[in-house]
Ligand binder design. Structure first.
Ligand SMILES: [Zn+2]
Length: 251
């Protein structure tokens, strides 16, 4: 019954507020990972993007203006990871705050001794457990120019990771996936990359992946959608686990 109501709501939303054809074509033009999808997956992505724009609040800040084409582009990027999972995987949060450029979060951080520090790290994106996703629009636009980068996919991967608690590189796995295999694959890839890094070798993925297991998962997810051939070639086991998790086969 609930499913019927839900499906009906979805159909009504999509019927009332479809993304106009020119806007959708424009988004595909600007989103290489979406362009690579087959026609039926692109149609699904368009429905998800429509529902994403209905259910989330995009909040440009500091004078940034986002027109309809920009909003559709952002939604298309954001829905790539959940193409085969469904929008439910983004339940529990509402806002996407978009800064014009890289931003410095102005918030106090309290250390173990109870001392409050202001953090001054420049950020391209940020995701909070049940709070907003924060993005730099400049990074959204230029991320695609750097092979394997996609700040929107990165932050959405953190959101998926945090569905079962802290961001730790361990999102809720599907029933037929093996948690031990996931851990083994990611930790042995991690060890190998650390070793290569220590030897001064150039890494096949952004070294930022080695900041933490959470960043490894987010950076590998970016690669999975933006440079799948590269990820499959260099980290085939990680690629395979992400295939199982995202239920997609980008390469
Ligand atoms: Zn991150």
């Amino acid at each position: 019954m609930f499913d019927k109501i839900r499906n009906w709501r979805i159909r009504r939303t999509v019927a009332r507020h479809p993304i106009a054809e020119p806007l959708w074509r424009d988004a595909l033009q600007r989103c290489a990972a979406a362009r690579r999808l087959g026609a039926s997956d692109q149609a699904t992505l368009r429905v998800l993007a429509t529902l994403f724009l209905e259910s989330k609040s995009l909040e440009p800040t500091q004078g940034l203006q986002l027109d309809d084409a920009d909003r559709v582009l952002l939604a298309a990027h954001a829905c790539l990871p959940i193409l085969k999972l469904g929008l439910d995987w983004y339940d529990g949060w509402h806002s996407v705050i978009v800064y014009p450029d890289a931003f410095v979060p102005r918030r106090p951080k309290i250390d173990a001794a109870g001392v409050v520090h202001e953090t001054h790290t420049v950020m391209a994106g940020e995701a909070w457990g049940r709070g907003p996703v924060i993005l730099s629009w400049a990074e959204v636009l230029t991320g695609g120019n750097k092979p394997g980068h996609n700040v929107v996919v990165h932050e959405m991967a953190h959101k998926l990771d945090m569905l079962n608690g802290d961001a730790n590189g361990f999102p809720p796995l599907h029933r037929r996936m093996d948690r031990r295999v996931w851990s083994r694959v990611f930790s042995s890839a991690w060890d190998r990359l650390k070793e290569e890094q220590a030897n001064g070798a150039e890494l096949p993925i952004d070294p930022y992946a080695l900041e933490s297991p959470a960043e490894f998962f987010a950076v590998a997810s970016e690669q999975f959608f933006e440079a799948p051939a590269n990820l499959r070639q260099h980290l085939p086991d990680v690629y395979r686990q992400l295939e199982l998790f995202y239920r997609q086969h980008p390469f």
